[in-house]
Design a protein around this ligand. Structure first.
Ligand SMILES: O=CCCCC(=O)O
Length: 473
């Protein structure tokens, strides 16, 4: 894919970029290494100050960056502004808590025969971040804030359809006062990722993206024995039990599925309603889905904008056509919006079976599949049969059902009476084909640190004194 800004609401190509040459990439890696030499010696308090400054810069740039994201990938303006706010919050979170997270953690020195023993988290160097277009600012910030706080330096290979946002992120850290080259954007195609990852000067990589992209990065990193964190696809279940507040559950179901125009790894994609409430829940869900305003993402009242790419919409159309051909029922939607731009109507399907392609894939668009189940156990069994295990949602007032869900659902995140959302205060990540490692909180920061064990024995002079004393006794 060419590196270009193409407005998804119109299909118009607005700006194109030449990818960096291999020599330019090598030179940028060299600059990152140089930057790391000094940056690793800065204090956590200094880094916290720069993170706070970056949050302030973002606050000031909110409208401009939000409009840029809308233009590059089509999310609604309201969603884009919320994303900018979330990034500022994430930066402030690490500015506030990062220094304490990096304090040495004392161990029981006596138990290991030491005078002192502790663990200290040290930066590991240059970290490559391969990031997707769906939350173009947040996904990069979720990596950058903890990584820079820990003293690492970052190289960002962003998705090819959000180059201006990618360049803005580099500029943001510069404007905030971080030392030069601590965070650089590499405008390169995906083929260059292997070259960067294999470079001895690069210590580790994080990727948020598709499972095939994750496999590729993991296998290269495995070959050169480098640490990776992978946040891949999701097809989160959303289970509605009879005790749930159905109207509220249906309202949140719509947001959970259609957030970001249906293009989020943690969007709820598979819905399970208990037979006792299935008819009513389906009615409410379909009604609310069909009431969504689809249109110009810059308009204030728009709730669902276009899909980010033409091929993305074609993929969604293929999944729905295949399901219909194999017997699924379209309750609402099921078609593109005529006219320019890559719009697709919020869609609800029932009667989805394992023969249909969308059964065990991830549909990256506003398409929900709904099953009627006879028990929570049945819902969990179908949910767990999917290769992904990112987030999961349960709606129930019943304590026993909540406990069963939390115990048995195969997911990195379990949300009850709410939708899966990322917060700096909670770890984020999945199991199975959804990847490994965690982002956010101190866990996210420690992924790219060397947890160095320090054991310090008594000084030789003390040992000698001890020997002399016991000899004279
Ligand atoms: O595609 C992944 C979406 C993550 C969104 C979030 O962190 O809120």
């Amino acid at each position: 894919m060419a590196i270009a800004t193409i407005n998804p609401a119109t299909g118009e190509t607005l700006k194109t970029y030449e990818p960096l040459t291999d020599d330019a990439v090598d030179e940028r890696i060299g600059r990152a290494v140089e930057a790391f030499r000094a940056y690793r010696l800065t204090s956590p308090q200094e880094r916290a100050g720069w993170l706070r400054a970056a949050a302030d810069v973002l606050d000031g740039d909110t409208d401009a960056v939000a409009e840029l994201m809308v233009t590059e990938m089509g999310k609604t303006l309201a969603a884009a502004k919320a994303e900018v706010g979330k990034c500022a919050k994430g930066l402030r979170y690490y500015a506030e808590h990062g220094p304490a997270m990096l304090e040495p953690r004392p161990a029981d020195a006596g138990a290991v025969g030491a005078e002192d023993a502790y663990v200290v988290h040290q930066p590991i160097g240059v970290v490559l971040a391969v990031m997707p277009w769906n939350f173009p600012l947040w996904q990069a910030m979720r990596f950058a804030a903890p990584a820079l706080m820990a003293g690492n330096v970052g190289l960002l290979k962003h998705a090819s359809n959000v180059p201006q946002t990618a360049l803005y992120i580099e500029e943001l850290f510069r404007k905030a006062g971080f030392p030069a080259d601590v965070f650089q954007t590499l405008l390169v195609g995906s083929k260059t990722v292997e070259r960067v990852l294999r470079d001895d000067r690069v210590a580790a990589a994080t990727l948020t993206g598709s499972a095939p992209a994750g496999q590729s990065v993991a296998s290269i990193a495995g070959d050169v024995l480098k640490k990776t964190v992978l946040e891949l696809g999701g097809s989160d279940p959303f289970i509605v039990m009879p005790s749930a507040d159905l109207d509220r559950a249906a309202e949140v179901a719509v947001t959970a599925r259609c957030q970001n125009n249906g293009q989020s790894c943690i969007a709820a994609k598979r819905f399970f309603a208990h037979r006792d409430v299935a008819e009513e829940f389906t009615r409410l869900f379909a009604e609310k889905l069909s009431a969504l305003v689809v249109g110009d993402p810059m308009a204030e009242d728009t709730q669902v904008g276009p899909l980010a790419t033409e091929s993305g919409r074609e993929d969604v159309e293929k999944y729905v056509a295949d399901a219909i051909a194999k017997g699924a029922t379209v309750v609402t939607g099921g078609e593109r919006v005529d006219g320019p731009g890559w719009f697709y109507r919020p869609t609800l399907l029932t009667g989805v079976t394992p023969e249909m392609d969308l059964y065990d894939e991830e549909v990256f668009g506003p398409v929900a599949a709904l099953w009627t189940v006879d028990s929570l156990e049945e819902a969990i069994e179908i949910a767990n049969s999917h290769p992904y295990g990112l987030g999961s949602n349960l709606w129930s007032e019943d304590e026993q059902e909540r406990a069963t869900f939390i115990r048995d659902v195969q997911a990195g995140m379990a949300f009850v009476n709410g939708m899966v959302t990322s917060y700096p205060e909670l770890p984020f990540g999945g199991v199975k084909q959804s990847g490994y490692g965690r982002e956010l909180t101190e866990l996210g920061m420690y992924e790219f640190t060397n947890a160095k064990t320090v054991w310090i024995g008594p000084r030789s002079s003390q040992q000698a004194e001890g020997t002399t004393a016991s000899a004279s006794e």
